[in-house]
Design a protein around this ligand. Structure first.
Ligand code: AOF
Ligand code: ZN
Length: 340
């Protein structure tokens, strides 16, 4: 860092740590993407870091290394409670204590029983410890999928779809390309590149022949490709794009969402991209944790809805969700929903 940056609040420092964590999201599996910032006693940023790929360094250790002697008496700001265990790397709490950091601020506690206890250990060593800073932003943001996995043992599933304002994902003749804008597609490809797996049903492979790769705006492949997962009983042709060499592909011969979840148990962040039958099955099974809808300002009409049977016979039994955020992607709306 050439110019020492000053942050005028701990919230601002935590926002910087969140920014760091987003840089590595999708690359740390099975570890959480954590961000860390070290402030010197004057409140200047003297080191930043984010978790390396599994087996590599944790965020705090990298940030401390960059800070060197300037960390003494300073503040470490971390998105996750620093770990307290010898895993693939030594405990981060040891590194913080050895660097003579005065205060540690973190957003969310580490739910991993093996690694937790860092806060207590730091306090016992005489450091000031504060938790909960921007905890909601971190828990709903960069650590959302990892925390879900820790809590449930299952991967976090985001159902993504693109539709017209009247909820159609294709026109009556089945044509579906370019419902969403270029800005929406760029946003989607960015999300694909940080997911662990992208899943579709065999019907979607047969109808649309998607490549299910993460691509950059110029059409080239992103550096990192998620696992492609095809679910269903129907045969897919050997020349389907989803079977090309651009990424790995897993075919799961079942219709049962719970069986699919078991097959993906070692994943954290799964993007379900349709079609309407598979999305319906997952919704009926309660296996969707987040909905991301790209909604385009157009009307299409006809029978091709984004999802078909969700198991709701009457309005009193509607599946009720709540809006979690609304953004614009070009001319479209990007709506995020979480279970109520
Ligand atoms: C931190 N900072 O940047 C991360 C933490 O196998 P290991 O040694 O890499 O430890 C993995 C566990 O450490 C992981 O399950 C989680 O509890 C914690 N991750 N902790 O202090 C970090 N990535
Ligand atoms: Zn650690």
């Amino acid at each position: 860092m050439n110019q020492p940056q000053s942050v005028n609040s701990l919230d601002a420092a935590m926002r910087l740590a969140i920014e760091q964590s987003y840089r590595v999201k999708g690359t740390t599996y099975p570890n959480p993407p954590v961000g860390a910032v070290i402030l010197n006693p004057e409140g200047q940023v003297v080191g930043v870091g984010a978790t390396e790929p599994a087996g590599g360094e944790h965020a705090e250790v990298l940030a401390l290394r960059r800070a060197g002697g300037l960390a003494a008496g300073g503040i470490a700001v971390v998105t996750l409670e620093p770990c307290n265990h010898y895993g693939k790397t030594p405990p981060c709490v040891n590194a913080l204590i050895e660097a003579r950091v005065g205060t540690v601020i973190y957003a969310v506690p580490d739910p991993n029983a093996v690694a937790s206890g860092g806060a207590g250990r730091l306090q016992a060593a005489g450091l000031q410890v504060h938790s909960g800073v921007l905890a909601d932003q971190v828990a709903a943001g960069p650590l959302r999928e990892w925390l879900h996995k820790q809590r449930t043992g299952l991967p976090h599933v985001t159902w993504k779809y693109a539709s017209s304002i009247d909820g159609r994902s294709a026109a009556a003749d089945g044509s579906s390309q370019w419902i969403s804008s270029e800005a929406s597609r760029t946003d989607l490809h960015r999300r694909r590149a940080i997911a662990d797996a992208i899943m579709v049903g065999t019907g979607t492979v047969l109808a649309d022949d998607p490549a299910l790769t993460a691509r950059l705006p110029d059409g080239s492949l992103a550096a990192r490709q998620p696992l492609r997962v095809v679910v269903g009983m129907r045969e897919i042709p050997s020349d389907a794009k989803v079977l090309n060499d651009d990424s790995r592909t897993m075919v799961i011969r079942t219709h049962d969402p719970l069986e699919v979840m078991r097959a993906l148990a070692d994943r954290t962040d799964v993007l379900l991209e349709g079609g309407p039958t598979l999305a319906g099955a997952f919704l009926r099974a309660g296996a969707i944790n987040r909905i991301l809808a790209y909604v385009a300002p157009m009307l299409v009409g006809g029978p091709n809805t984004a999802v078909d049977d969700v198991g709701v016979p009457t309005i009193a039994r509607a599946l009720r969700w709540q809006f979690d955020g609304v953004d614009r992607t070009g001319p479209d709306l990007l709506i995020s929903l979480v279970p109520r």
